[in-house]
Design a protein around this ligand. Structure first.
Ligand SMILES: Nc1ncnc2c1ncn2[C@@H]1O[C@H](COP(=O)(O)OP(=O)(O)OP(=O)(O)O)[C@@H](O)[C@H]1O
Ligand SMILES: Nc1nc2c(c(=O)[nH]1)N=C(CO)CN2
Length: 162
C-alpha cells in the first residue's frame, strides 16, 4: 500500500463544490482511499496574480496505484470537472498536484515528486502542515514546518473546515 499527499486548488466558479467533488471522485476510485483532508484555505494567487483568489486543500490518501497511474487518475478528474462545469454552469477549474508519494523521489517526463515547487508555496505547506508537521521532503531532507518557517505563511487563511 502506498501513501501520498495531493494538493487541490480551485479559483473559478463554485470553488468549494469543485474541491468537494474532486475529493469524492478520488475516494470513489477502487484503488484509492482518502485518509484525511485539511481545512479549506483562502489563498492569494501565486505566479500570475491577475486572477481570482484560490481555495486550496491537501488530502492524504492510501493507494494501491503506482505514482504514474495515480497522476492519470488526477488528470482524469481535472478533465471530468472541467467538462461537467463547462456544459452545465459555465467555466470551472480544478488542479490536482501529487506532492509526495511514500518517501520516493521520482523524475520522469510526466512526473516530478516531490512536487518541485511545493516547498516554496504557502498554499501547499500550510494545509499539509495541518495533516503532518513532521514529514520531511526526501529531496531537501527538511520538514514541512522548517520550510514554512523559511517562507512565512503567505497570508494563507482558513476559509472553513472541509
Ligand atoms: N507531481 C506532479 N503532480 C502533478 N502533475 C505533475 C507533477 N509533476 C509533473 N507534472 C506534470 O505537470 C503537468 C501539469 O502542468 P500544469 O500546466 O497543470 O501545471 P500547473 O499545475 O499549472 O503548475 P504547477 O506545476 O506549478 O502547479 C502535467 O501534465 C504533469 O505531467
Ligand atoms: N494560491 C494559489 N496560487 C496558485 C495555485 C494555487 O493552487 N493556489 N496554483 C497554481 C498553479 O498550479 C498557481 N498559483
Amino acid at each position: 500500500m502506498n501513501e501520498a499527499y495531493i494538493s487541490l486548488g480551485s479559483n473559478m466558479g463554485d470553488k468549494e463544490e469543485a474541491l468537494r467533488h474532486a475529493v469524492a471522485l478520488l475516494n470513489e476510485h477502487e484503488g484509492i482511499r482518502v485518509l484525511a483532508v485539511s481545512s479549506i484555505y483562502d489563498t492569494d494567487p501565486v505566479g500570475y496574480e491577475e486572477q481570482d483568489v484560490f481555495l486550496n486543500i491537501v488530502v492524504k490518501i492510501e493507494t494501491t496505484l503506482a505514482a504514474q497511474p495515480l497522476l492519470e487518475v488526477c488528470q482524469k478528474i481535472e478533465q471530468e470537472l472541467k467538462r461537467v462545469r463547462i456544459i452545465r454552469w459555465g467555466p470551472r477549474t480544478i488542479d490536482l498536484d501529487i506532492l509526495l508519494f511514500n518517501d520516493e523521489v521520482i523524475e520522469t517526463d510526466t512526473l516530478s515528486v516531490p512536487h518541485p515547487r511545493m516547498h516554496e508555496r504557502a498554499f501547499v505547506l500550510v494545509p499539509l502542515m495541518e495533516l503532518d508537521k513532521a514529514i520531511a521532503l526526501p529531496t531537501t531532507k527538511r520538514t514541512i514546518s522548517e520550510h514554512l518557517q523559511e517562507i512565512g505563511d503567505g497570508g494563507v487563511r482558513i476559509y472553513r473546515s472541509f
